[in-house]
Design a protein around this ligand. Structure first.
Ligand SMILES: *Cc1c(COP(=O)(O)O)cnc(C)c1O
Length: 402
């Protein structure tokens, strides 16, 4: 039995705020109750505001982000359709794999892990595709395996420059509600998220948003679908109900999550993530280490993947931190397994929680003989947080003078 808090710094699931836990501590309810739509219809509207979706639909399926990928793909595409994608890390790799298993023909551009979505190569492919065989373009907004955020708006510009009608599909699982995301402004047709990252809830919901263009595409799309069928959802959601039993407890949690996000303000939420992330980046520099992300323009505000020297296995850092210090960090996945360890910094977090993750990381690294100076990363982050904390507010100047 361990005492004290578990340090949860994996990039999903994230820390569960007590207010959300309490909001879900309630009796189960009747999902066909006459007043249920009062709750759900407002929830759908507010969810659209989180996606910044003006016109279109949001869908809340029981599931996880992976189910969201499947919903986006099967509702709008047909077997044999060509999809333009890129493999920039493990999650974009898995999405490509899912597309292939659904019989899609995926043109997956392979890039060095640590780089973002290759916008220029997307632009070339789209310009060459005069007959418009490409039906969808896939973008992993925030690649959680490498800590890389890509420029979704630039992909929209590439589509527009080529006057290309392909759907723009975005994996926003580890960016929505943590990093700026503007579905309508960026012309995103399908955006996928889940409950256990920026929404700070347990796993269990696949949250998907679709533009009107995406909804039009459903009519001719022939991929088999049932559980994730948008049409069934729309028919029931219109009146505030669901085609099968919804995860009502998680929906109540989602309500509380959105309330929490709106009370802080989405802009403030994004700024907080940026500030906390920057402290982690300063710590990494002070350790003399490098991020997996190759350029600052790709630095993720929700997760940092930190490269370890050849002589060290990144998984050992994670294992030692867990075993000795009760701290959960993220392991390296896929092609960067063992080459990195990850600190998730999204969700319900503050400065001192991050210092816990940084302290535990540097203790584990020192335990493994890495030449990291004790306290170096913590000190760097402390200074960043101190300098960016805003004006010093004292309870009363008289009390200090005494
Ligand atoms: C977590 C994650 C997923 C997968 O979501 P699950 O909820 O685990 O199915 C997909 N994409 C990204 C970018 C993620 O971070």
């Amino acid at each position: 039995m361990r005492t004290g808090n578990n340090g949860l710094f994996v990039p999903g699931p994230t820390n569960l705020p007590p207010t959300l836990r309490f909001a879900m501590d309630l009796p189960l309810e009747d999902q066909r109750a006459p007043d249920f739509p009062d709750f759900t219809l407002r929830l759908f509207d507010d969810l659209k505001r989180v996606f910044r979706l003006d016109r279109g639909e949001v869908f809340v399926f029981p599931g996880s982000g992976t189910g969201g990928w499947e919903a986006a793909v099967t509702n709008t595409l047909s077997p044999g359709d060509t999809v333009l994608a890129s493999v920039i890390g493990q999650f974009s790799h898995l999405w490509v794999d899912l597309c292939r298993r659904h019989g899609l023909n995926v043109d997956a551009i392979d890039v060095d892990w640590g780089e973002g979505v290759p916008v220029e190569r997307y632009a070339e492919r789209l310009l060459e595709d005069r007959s418009h065989t490409i039906k969808a373009v896939l973008v992993c907004h925030n690649e959680t395996a490498t800590g890389v955020t890509s420029d979704v708006a630039a992909v929209r510009r590439a589509l527009d420059a080529a006057d290309h009608p392909a759907l723009l599909m975005v994996d926003a699982v580890s960016s929505l509600a943590s990093i700026d995301f503007r579905m309508s402004e960026w012309g995103v047709d399908l955006a996928v998220s889940g409950s256990q990252k920026g929404f700070m809830l347990p796993t269990g919901l696949a949250i998907v948003a679709a533009s009107e263009k995406a909804l039009d595409a459903c009519r001719s799309a022939t991929c088999p679908r049932c559980f994730f069928d948008f049409a069934d959802m729309i028919a029931a959601n219109r009146d505030g109900y669901f085609p099968y039993t919804p995860a009502t407890t998680l929906l109540r949690g989602l309500r509380a999550s959105i309330d929490l996000l709106f009370s802080e303000g989405l802009e403030a939420v994004f700024a907080r993530h940026n500030r906390l992330a920057e402290g982690v980046r300063q710590a990494v520099a002070a350790w003399g280490l490098e991020l997996c992300a190759r350029e600052p323009k790709w630095y993720s505000d929700t997760v940092s993947a930190i490269r370890v020297p050849e002589s060290v296995n990144g998984n050992d850092v994670v294992n030692v931190a867990y075993a000795r210090y009760n701290l959960s960090l993220g392991v390296g996945l896929g092609r960067v397994a063992g080459r990195v360890f990850r600190i998730g910094h999204l969700g319900w977090l503050n400065e001192l929680m991050l210092l816990q993750a940084l302290a535990g990381s540097e203790m584990a690294m020192r335990d493994l003989g890495m030449p990291v100076a004790a306290g170096s990363g913590v000190a760097a982050a402390e200074e960043h947080y101190r300098m960016t904390a805003g004006p010093v507010a004292l309870p009363s100047s008289a009390a200090v003078g005494m």
